[in-house]
Design a protein around this ligand. Structure first.
Ligand code: HEM
Length: 403
């Protein structure tokens, strides 16, 4: 009989220093093996691209049900009943009313509004000289979120201030988690009390959820958890993705010039930015039966932590320039930052539409994009991005009309 010792690590994946720069830790863990037991978090870290992708495509083995968050409390209190945590037929049933609103066809109708908002905000912020890109992108994304979801205007400050707290709840029971718990609970209460058939805009996504409940496609009790999936999934993720793209462009003037000249697509810039800096760094799954990840034995009931952030930096998939910003690289859109398999991001097309429109508008109005000071990291158990990102864009005086 051969005795094997599986690799394990005592690293705290959610310590401040790791959250600020997780990539050296990911590299160590990827080298240790396809799955490394995280002693503090009681979960297997999976960080190699092919292994993360394979696990995402096998929900019958690696289930989201009671598996997304690292604590049982968060899975039961905040994720129970959401599309993210649903499984099998129930997942199909819950995903349908949401994904119908987010097809490429649906995006076509939204594009004029998204583009015009992007042009207006780009012109306004560039005219300020130096500005905080996080402020610009938050205003832009929150506008879309409130309008498309059809939420009452009173929801805007709630979304901006509280949506990120929900992501803290997906991590371990640490100080950030405990601080976020009452904020996330208040957000659920807000959605359950302030948002109703009477307050959502007719024709909006939230309206569609009530219609689905009226038609018996989903239960009335499903509406609030589904709303929370939307408010959580679509806001800070998109904000961090777009600001990551702006951060990288500010440090690589060559690509900004190419974008401006139309030789590089804004979508490719965005995809490369989220490959390098996945806004959602990782989500969990629970093994439903004994299995193996590239040879490492995983037992039924154990948790795995699928690291989107690490998979985007894996040299086995991205080569020796895995850590380099190279928009337009071959297969650059095959990253896992938007998930993969049945739970892959339902809002992918909307995120891309928003990102492309804003990057195009900024490149249209500005000749040069530069850093204007040190950015500050936003610390969150799951999200990776900037809290502030000071930039200067030199206005192109000849371009005064929208792109
Ligand atoms: C850059 C922006 C975004 C990123 C990085 C992102 C990332 C992700 C990831 C990684 C997943 C997979 C979760 C899993 O496998 O467990 C996911 C799922 C999801 N996303 Fe996004 N997302 C973004 C934008 C959006 C937007 C704009 C919306 C909608 C308004 C949205 C709605 C959803 C929903 C509803 C799911 C759950 C799908 C399911 O479980 O079937 N996302 N997203």
């Amino acid at each position: 009989m051969t005795l094997t010792t599986e690799p394990s690590s005592s690293i705290d994946l959610f310590a401040d220093t790791v959250l600020d720069d997780p990539y050296p830790v990911y590299e160590v863990l990827r080298r240790m093996g396809p799955a490394v037991w995280l002693e503090r978090h009681e979960a297997w870290f999976v960080g190699r691209y092919e292994d993360v992708k394979a696990a995402l495509s096998r929900p019958e083995i690696f289930s989201s049900d009671d598996g997304i968050a690292l604590t049982t409390d968060a899975n039961r209190q905040f994720l129970n009943g959401t599309v993210l945590a649903a499984h099998g037929m129930r997942h199909i049933q819950l995903r349908r009313p949401l994904s119908q609103q987010l097809t490429p066809r649906a995006m076509k109708f939204l594009m004029p509004e998204i583009r015009s908002r992007a042009a207006r905000l780009a012109a306004e912020y560039i005219s300020r000289g130096t500005f905080d890109a996080v402020e610009l992108v938050t205003e832009y994304v929150a506008d879309h979120a409130v309008n498309l979801m059809g939420l009452p205007e009173s929801a805007r400050p709630e979304l901006v201030a509280r949506a990120a707290a929900m992501f803290d709840m997906f991590g371990p029971d640490n100080a950030r988690y405990r601080e976020a718990a009452p904020i996330a609970a208040a957000m659920m209460t807000f959605l359950g009390t302030e948002v109703s058939r009477d307050t959502v805009r007719s024709g909006s996504w939230m309206h569609a959820l009530y219609q689905a409940a009226d038609a018996g496609d989903i239960a009335e009790d499903d509406v609030v958890p589904l709303m929370s999936a939307y408010t959580t999934a679509g806001m800070d993720t998109t904000i961090h993705g777009i600001t990551a793209a702006l951060h990288h462009l500010a440090h690589h003037h060559r690509y900004y010039k190419e974008l401006r000249a139309g030789r590089l697509g804004a979508a490719a810039v965005f995809e490369e930015a989220i490959r390098l800096d996945a806004p959602i760094q990782g989500f969990g799954r629970r093994a439903r039966r004994d299995t193996r990840i590239d040879g490492t034995r995983i037992r039924a009931g154990e948790r795995v932590w699928l690291s989107f952030g690490s998979s985007g930096r894996d040299p086995r998939r991205w080569g020796s320039f895995a850590d380099t910003f190279r928009p337009g690289r071959t297969g650059g859109d095959l990253h896992l930052a938007l998930g993969f398999g049945p739970h892959a991001c339902a809002g992918r097309h909307l995120a891309l539409a928003q990102a492309s429109s804003l990057l195009d508008a900024l490149a249209h109005y500005g000749t040069r994009l530069e850093p204007a000071g040190d950015p500050v990291r936003a610390r969150n158990n799951i999200l990776h991005g900037w809290a502030t990102l000071p930039l200067t864009i030199t206005p192109d005086r000849r371009r005064t009309t929208p792109p």
